[in-house]
Design a protein around this ligand. Structure first.
Ligand SMILES: [Zn+2]
Ligand SMILES: [Zn+2]
Length: 159
Protein backbone atom coordinates (compact mmCIF):
# COMPACT_ATOMS: atom_id res chain seq x y z
CA UNK A 1 0.00 0.00 0.00
CA UNK A 2 1.36 3.42 -0.99
CA UNK A 3 1.35 5.95 1.81
CA UNK A 4 0.42 9.51 0.93
CA UNK A 5 3.34 11.95 1.35
CA UNK A 6 3.06 14.78 3.89
CA UNK A 7 3.12 17.37 1.09
CA UNK A 8 0.28 15.66 -0.74
CA UNK A 9 -1.65 15.11 2.48
CA UNK A 10 -1.55 18.78 3.52
CA UNK A 11 -2.18 19.99 -0.03
CA UNK A 12 -5.17 17.65 -0.28
CA UNK A 13 -6.48 19.12 2.99
CA UNK A 14 -6.31 22.61 1.46
CA UNK A 15 -8.20 21.43 -1.60
CA UNK A 16 -10.83 19.87 0.64
CA UNK A 17 -11.16 23.18 2.52
CA UNK A 18 -11.48 25.04 -0.79
CA UNK A 19 -14.71 23.12 -1.37
CA UNK A 20 -16.14 25.04 1.62
CA UNK A 21 -15.54 28.42 -0.06
CA UNK A 22 -18.56 30.70 -0.27
CA UNK A 23 -17.07 33.28 -2.60
CA UNK A 24 -17.85 32.30 -6.15
CA UNK A 25 -14.96 34.28 -7.63
CA UNK A 26 -12.27 31.86 -6.47
CA UNK A 27 -12.37 28.76 -4.29
CA UNK A 28 -9.22 28.73 -2.17
CA UNK A 29 -8.13 26.63 0.78
CA UNK A 30 -5.19 27.06 3.18
CA UNK A 31 -3.70 24.80 5.81
CA UNK A 32 -1.16 25.96 8.39
CA UNK A 33 1.22 23.26 9.52
CA UNK A 34 3.79 23.12 12.30
CA UNK A 35 5.98 20.09 12.97
CA UNK A 36 3.94 18.04 10.49
CA UNK A 37 0.74 18.84 12.36
CA UNK A 38 -2.21 20.84 11.09
CA UNK A 39 -2.72 23.82 13.41
CA UNK A 40 -5.30 25.75 11.38
CA UNK A 41 -7.24 25.86 8.16
CA UNK A 42 -9.20 28.41 6.20
CA UNK A 43 -11.12 28.99 3.01
CA UNK A 44 -12.39 31.99 1.04
CA UNK A 45 -15.54 33.19 2.75
CA UNK A 46 -17.38 35.98 4.54
CA UNK A 47 -17.10 36.74 8.26
CA UNK A 48 -18.75 34.17 10.53
CA UNK A 49 -22.51 34.63 10.44
CA UNK A 50 -22.28 37.01 7.49
CA UNK A 51 -24.04 36.84 4.15
CA UNK A 52 -22.51 34.46 1.64
CA UNK A 53 -21.52 35.43 -1.89
CA UNK A 54 -23.06 32.14 -3.01
CA UNK A 55 -26.47 33.46 -1.80
CA UNK A 56 -26.18 37.18 -2.56
CA UNK A 57 -23.57 37.46 -5.30
CA UNK A 58 -20.15 38.96 -4.72
CA UNK A 59 -19.77 42.48 -3.34
CA UNK A 60 -17.32 43.77 -5.90
CA UNK A 61 -15.39 47.02 -5.53
CA UNK A 62 -12.42 47.74 -7.83
CA UNK A 63 -12.53 44.20 -9.23
CA UNK A 64 -12.24 42.61 -5.77
CA UNK A 65 -14.92 40.96 -3.67
CA UNK A 66 -14.83 42.96 -0.44
CA UNK A 67 -17.05 40.54 1.46
CA UNK A 68 -14.51 37.76 1.34
CA UNK A 69 -11.76 37.04 3.82
CA UNK A 70 -9.07 35.11 2.01
CA UNK A 71 -8.29 31.53 2.99
CA UNK A 72 -4.76 32.33 4.20
CA UNK A 73 -6.06 35.22 6.30
CA UNK A 74 -8.82 33.04 7.76
CA UNK A 75 -6.26 30.41 8.75
CA UNK A 76 -4.02 33.02 10.41
CA UNK A 77 -6.99 34.59 12.19
CA UNK A 78 -8.04 31.20 13.51
CA UNK A 79 -4.61 31.01 15.14
CA UNK A 80 -5.02 34.54 16.53
CA UNK A 81 -8.46 33.72 17.90
CA UNK A 82 -7.30 30.63 19.74
CA UNK A 83 -3.81 31.82 20.64
CA UNK A 84 -1.82 29.42 18.48
CA UNK A 85 1.70 30.60 17.54
CA UNK A 86 2.42 30.72 13.81
CA UNK A 87 6.11 31.63 14.06
CA UNK A 88 8.15 29.16 12.03
CA UNK A 89 5.08 27.41 10.62
CA UNK A 90 4.39 26.45 7.01
CA UNK A 91 1.30 26.99 4.90
CA UNK A 92 -0.20 24.92 2.10
CA UNK A 93 -2.44 26.92 -0.23
CA UNK A 94 -4.31 25.97 -3.37
CA UNK A 95 -3.28 29.23 -5.09
CA UNK A 96 -0.27 31.55 -4.86
CA UNK A 97 -1.22 34.14 -2.17
CA UNK A 98 -2.23 37.68 -3.11
CA UNK A 99 -0.04 40.58 -2.03
CA UNK A 100 -2.06 41.35 1.12
CA UNK A 101 -2.01 37.74 2.28
CA UNK A 102 1.68 37.43 1.40
CA UNK A 103 2.51 40.34 3.69
CA UNK A 104 0.36 38.89 6.49
CA UNK A 105 2.02 35.48 6.15
CA UNK A 106 5.51 37.00 6.35
CA UNK A 107 4.54 39.13 9.34
CA UNK A 108 3.04 36.10 11.12
CA UNK A 109 6.37 34.28 10.85
CA UNK A 110 5.38 31.70 8.22
CA UNK A 111 8.61 30.25 6.84
CA UNK A 112 7.46 28.21 3.83
CA UNK A 113 4.58 28.70 1.41
CA UNK A 114 3.59 25.65 -0.61
CA UNK A 115 1.15 26.44 -3.40
CA UNK A 116 -0.53 24.17 -5.93
CA UNK A 117 -1.34 26.70 -8.65
CA UNK A 118 0.24 29.91 -9.82
CA UNK A 119 -2.30 32.72 -9.55
CA UNK A 120 -1.41 36.23 -10.68
CA UNK A 121 1.83 35.86 -8.69
CA UNK A 122 2.52 39.45 -7.71
CA UNK A 123 6.17 40.38 -8.35
CA UNK A 124 6.27 42.47 -5.17
CA UNK A 125 4.95 39.51 -3.14
CA UNK A 126 7.67 37.31 -4.67
CA UNK A 127 10.26 39.97 -3.81
CA UNK A 128 9.01 40.32 -0.22
CA UNK A 129 9.08 36.54 0.29
CA UNK A 130 12.68 36.44 -0.95
CA UNK A 131 13.76 39.35 1.24
CA UNK A 132 12.11 37.76 4.30
CA UNK A 133 13.74 34.40 3.52
CA UNK A 134 10.36 32.75 3.13
CA UNK A 135 10.60 29.78 0.82
CA UNK A 136 7.90 29.38 -1.84
CA UNK A 137 7.51 26.03 -3.51
CA UNK A 138 5.01 24.66 -5.97
CA UNK A 139 3.40 21.42 -4.84
CA UNK A 140 0.83 20.27 -7.34
CA UNK A 141 -1.86 17.98 -6.03
CA UNK A 142 -1.67 14.62 -7.70
CA UNK A 143 -5.29 13.63 -7.89
CA UNK A 144 -4.37 9.99 -7.96
CA UNK A 145 -3.06 10.12 -4.39
CA UNK A 146 -6.57 10.19 -2.99
CA UNK A 147 -8.43 6.97 -3.46
CA UNK A 148 -11.04 6.59 -0.77
CA UNK A 149 -12.09 3.28 -2.23
CA UNK A 150 -9.01 1.85 -0.53
CA UNK A 151 -10.53 2.55 2.87
CA UNK A 152 -14.23 2.86 2.11
CA UNK A 153 -14.86 -0.80 1.57
CA UNK A 154 -15.16 -3.05 4.60
CA UNK A 155 -12.27 -5.44 5.12
CA UNK A 156 -12.72 -8.86 3.70
CA UNK A 157 -12.85 -11.39 6.48
CA UNK A 158 -10.85 -14.52 5.96
CA UNK A 159 -11.80 -17.65 7.80
ZN1 LIG B 1 -17.39 37.05 -3.16
ZN1 LIG C 1 -5.21 36.86 -0.31
Amino acid sequence: MDRISWDQYFMAQSHLLALRSTCTRLTVGATIVRDKRIIAGGYNGSIAGGEHCTDHGCYVIDHHCVRTIHAEMNALLQCAKFGVPTDGAEIYVTHFPCLQCSKALIQAGIKTVYFATDYKNHPYAVELFQRANVKTEKVELKETVIDFSKIASPPTLTQ
